[in-house]
Write a protein that binds this ligand. Structure first.
Ligand code: UDP
Length: 244
């Protein structure tokens, strides 16, 4: 079993300001413990290999500069490049913390920053998996105009993962935003088409869902912050929402 876990930058940021900004070492240590537990549990049912695609929204997203982009002050590519650099900050910090917490981990980047992290190649990732390491993926796809959600699906396909585990703040996909609409109901299973076409469902960007649908890559949406949830998702337990 090989899974690709997508974690947004906000989930690595501090809760103190309510916006998930910066990098929260305590959260990263907790995450390392959850991954360690997931790998230990998996020993009974055969090895689980984990790739993690990290976002960068706790530092920079291309969209932060939409005004300046509209006024031609900053180019879209530059804005997106800064977002990809933000993901590299997250990935390298997370890599160190994982290793310090006893989780063997490699960081590979789709943006070439050789002084900071090795370039991603399929073969390198395979070799790290064979050695029992978690592979943290930095730099998204390495191309502008998409997000790390699309990167997650893209890399899950390239790495032949069984599914994408998309970590969110809520425990799955709802018929509407559960924070603002008390009538919102959790959906256990939806199709790619429903997830793309229903404007109230905003769990992942459409490009990511489209690519997943084209290649039949299942996506499990689940609540990251509950103890034991990553292990449950990795073990195939039905929590959250499955998009397939
Ligand atoms: N980005 C990009 N190409 C990629 C992945 C990311 O250009 O393949 C840029 C894009 O501007 C994006 C930012 O990096 O907004 C940070 O990624 P994302 O918004 O997905 O982070 P998250 O919301 O998951 O924290």
């Amino acid at each position: 079993m090989r899974i690709l876990l997508k974690i947004s930058g906000e989930q690595l940021g501090s809760e103190q300001d309510g916006k998930g900004q910066g990098f929260d070492v305590g959260r990263a240590k907790w995450l390392a413990g959850e991954i360690r537990q997931t790998l230990a549990n998996a020993l009974n049912s055969g090895p689980t290999e984990i790739a993690i695609m990290v976002g960068g929204g706790n530092f920079v997203r291309g969209a932060f500069f939409d005004d300046a982009i509209a006024k031609n002050e900053i180019g879209q590519t530059t804005a997106d490049n800064t977002g990809m650099l933000a993901t590299i900050i997250n990935a390298t910090l997370l890599g160190d913390i994982f290793r310090a917490e006893g989780v063997p981990t490699a960081v590979l980047s789709n943006v070439s920053v050789q002084q900071v992290a090795d370039d991603f190649t399929f073969r390198r990732a395979e070799s790290h998996f064979k050695k029992g390491r978690v592979v943290i993926l930095a730099g998204g796809t390495g191309r502008p105009l998409v997000t790390t959600d699309t990167g997650a699906v893209n890399l899950a396909l390239e790495l032949k993962c069984d599914f994408v585990a998309k970590a969110t703040k809520v425990d799955g996909v709802y018929t509407a935003d559960p924070k603002t609409d008390p009538a919102a109901q959790k959906i256990a299973k939806i199709s790619y088409e429903q997830a793309i076409n229903d404007p109230k469902i905003r769990v992942m960007d459409k490009a990511a869902l489209g690519m997943a649908g084209d290649h039949q890559m299942p996506i499990v949406v689940f609540d990251l912050l509950k103890d034991g949830n990553i292990a449950k998702v990795a073990a195939g337990e039905i929590i959250g929402t499955k998009i397939s």
